[in-house]
Design a binder for this molecule. Sequence first.
Ligand SMILES: NC(=O)c1ccc[n+]([C@@H]2O[C@H](COP(=O)([O-])OP(=O)(O)OC[C@H]3O[C@@H](n4cnc5c(N)ncnc54)[C@H](O)[C@@H]3O)[C@@H](O)[C@H]2O)c1
Length: 417
Amino acid sequence: MGNKKRLGIGFIGGGFISRFHMQSMIAVRNADVRGVFSRTTASAETAAAHARSLDVGEARAYASITDMIADPDIDALWICAPNYTRVPVMEEICAALTTGKGSLIGVACEKPLGRNASEARQVRDLAKKAGLLDGYLENQVFAPAIVRGREIIWKRGAALTGRPYMARAAEEHSGPHMPWFWDGELQGGGVLNDMLCHSVEVARFLLTEPGAPRDSLTPVSVNAFTDVLKWQRPEYAKRLADESAGKTDYLKRPAEDFARALVEYRDSDGQRLVVDATTSWNYVGAGLRLSMELLGPEYSMQVNTLDTDLKVFFSREVTGKQGEDLVEKQNAEAGLMPVIGSEEGAYGYEAENRHMVQSFLAGQRPAENFDDGVAVTELLMTAYMSAEQGRTVPFPPDNLGDFVPAVARGAWNPNER
Ligand SMILES: NC(=O)c1ccc[n+]([C@@H]2O[C@H](COP(=O)([O-])OP(=O)(O)OC[C@H]3O[C@@H](n4cnc5c(N)ncnc54)[C@H](O)[C@@H]3O)[C@@H](O)[C@H]2O)c1
């Protein structure tokens, strides 16, 4: 498949994040969205029609992943299905390729790479077995404010006064949009698994000197805390039950809606560094809030995605229907509201997909790849261990490969502590 000038992309999953990626493809050259496979034909067709309406490719729905791989128009797959499908999806891709049903250049996978370290390692190993280039879709390390801020801090502040020693990152919103995210077993955990994956990785990225490899920082220990602060209150537990036809029962089987982790690192000179990461599904503000800070001896940088340059105001007379047209995970439609001019740009999807497409066309492994996805999952699992045991856990812990968090086994309930 060498010397391709354009990349034909097939999406696995036709939901929320696939639509975000498709929107971002408007800003990506040399790629076309050519296909979608989803759980139902209807969702695949809706997503394919969305891609066509954006004019990012003549996308059509496929009946299976194998069918999509068999089509020579498809050169790479973007895995955007729910977390519980990662291993079977990757097994089908690997089987189709190793039995000669078709060929691909690469595969890009949304976070998390697996629900636990064992799954993430399987996904990475299957991609390797199939001979694929692999991209881990952690959009925040491509966010323009993060990339630019890191470049400036390292070039000026760190070069003259010493490397940064702490990075803080937080991702908070009022809770996921689909019932499967709330289910510890299907999702792999609660907010720690769902969103701390972003925060630990973007903070690690900020603390890493540009150009230096990932292993220039060594994780030493993880100290974490989790709790469920909002969604076990009876009125909110009822809301989750009502929105899932009774399936989600947070009184008996909750997942954490708040998580915090301190990851201690050493750099190659033995200097101590700290990542301070926080996430929650119980933040009620205008919408999704991503905040990041990088701190060093004589400087700091900060990003807060709700500090937007654009704000709109609607008086109480403006009573439209609810939507997410102002900002992701929007909680209100009136008053003074922040608006992000281009969310797919600001959150990093455009630069992320540009990098993945350019890497695949050049036959190069993306800078953010499945090794990073595995490393993130290993940190998250250590964080769950720490929260469960109520102590700081040295990294790497012995039983990382077998560990499944209590919340993913349905064996965690703070109400019973
Ligand atoms: N980078 C981010 O910030 C971000 C944001 C949201 C979601 N995500 C990740 O993206 C993935 C999808 O999340 P979402 O919000 O789009 O979920 P979603 O529920 O909105 O969409 C999932 C889609 O996958 C389809 N699907 C279900 N089972 C499938 C299977 N076996 N094979 C193929 N398709 C299947 C569903 O029909 C649906 O169209 C998750 O892993 C999630 O963690 C990442």
